[in-house]
Design a protein around this ligand. Structure first.
Ligand code: DAH
Length: 350
């Protein structure tokens, strides 16, 4: 009998050494302590022993059972501990890893420019108005004092629809629509897309403008100049030299164009790619609103006057964000446009 006890012990511990999982351990437990297990058979065989051996053998078998149970319990703990550790290692968060890049959207430079100028103008009391892109000749030309013979009406410049409507060639028709809708006094801006039959390196058939209109009593010419200088300084974030040049637009009298000192070279580089050595950049067309236009807006020009302006938004965006070619604005090259962030574009996360 002692021999068998030793055999069972030896075979148990040999098997225990090869155990790798809780399932194998459980199988081992059944194999030794289960109903038909080696240890159970050993216990059952005790009855067959002569009484003088039985006591000692019984104690030995009980000791072996305790030994086996303890060994199983400690092996089970060992396996569980190592499985937990493995899982912990797998799930451990490495806080030294660099963060994952977060992709965020951004406004297109022209939209960004539009928002910036609109914010500045809203600060000066202007409201944002809008009008249709498919416009009637009446609003686009007639009411704006653009006579039938004016070259701007030419098929060469304007996209006409078969029914006589057209794609607005400027945002100026919104002047008339706003006067008719809101009357005087009035301060509006209207940003939006405009269309012309132009397509070369410096012209796109679709481009963006912002119209402005102020109608009130006794509006002085100096207010127009001050408003425009204020807007430009706020937009570019510095006080730029500017000059007002006499010009001609049918809807204003007198008319002017506003040039600003070249943002690239300030007039110091005769080979400058932005101003071509002139030192000046043309950015806004404006003037005191022609009485005929005020009248077309059903406001009395003897009582009210005002000024209007048209800003080329694409040009302004190019100047502020250092974009050298107009076509880059419309090519939809996202990585190029993203690089404009370096020049201060505002990011939006969605
Ligand atoms: N509508 C003009 C254009 O497209 C720009 C412009 C000039 C608008 C003078 C105005 C203005 O309101 O007063 O070229």
């Amino acid at each position: 009998m002692p021999l068998e006890i030793n055999q069972v012990r030896a075979s148990f511990f040999e098997a225990l050494n090869n155990i790798k999982s809780l399932q194998e351990l459980d199988e081992l437990r059944v194999k030794f302590t289960g109903k038909k297990g080696d240890l159970t058979l050993l216990l059952r065989s005790l009855g067959k022993l002569p009484p003088d051996e039985r006591r000692q053998a019984g104690q030995d078998v009980n000791n072996l059972r305790d030994e086996i149970e303890n060994a199983i319990a400690s092996m089970s703990k060992k396996i569980r501990d190592s499985e937990n550790e493995k899982q912990e290692i797998q799930e451990r968060i490495d806080i030294t890893l660099p963060g994952r890049g977060r992709l965020s959207g951004a406004f297109h430079p022209v939209i960004q420019t539009m928002h910036e100028i609109a914010n500045i103008m809203q600060g000066l009391g202007y409201s944002v108005a809008s009008g249709p892109e498919i416009e009637e000749e009446f609003y686009n030309f007639e009411c704006l004092n653009v006579p039938k013979w004016h070259p701007a009406r030419d098929m060469q410049d304007t996209f006409y629809f078969p029914d006589g409507k057209l794609l607005r060639t400027h945002t100026s028709p919104v002047q008339i629509r706003s006067m008719l809708k809101y009357g005087a006094p009035l301060r509006i801006i209207c940003p939006g897309k405009v269309y012309r039959r132009d397509n070369d390196t410096t012209h796109s058939p679709m481009f963006n403008q912002m119209e402005g209109l102020l109608i009130d009593k006794d509006v002085p010419f100096s207010q127009m100049k001050g408003t425009m200088s204020e807007m430009l300084n706020a937009f570019f974030g510095k006080s730029l030299k500017s000059r007002f040049r006499a010009s001609y637009f049918p809807f204003t009298e007198p008319s002017m164009e506003l040039d600003i000192e070249c943002v690239e070279c300030s007039g110091h580089d005769e080979h400058c790619r932005v101003c071509h050595g002139t030192g000046w950049l043309e950015v806004v067309g404006m003037g005191m609103v022609h009485p005929n236009v005020i009248r077309a807006g059903k406001i009395d020009p003897d009582e009210y006057n005002g000024f209007a302006f048209g800003i080329g938004l694409d040009r302004m965006a190019m100047l502020k964000y250092g974009i050298s070619d107009l076509r880059l604005l419309f090519d939809g090259n996202v990585s190029y446009l993203n690089s404009c962030f370096n020049s201060g574009l505002e990011e939006v996360s969605c």
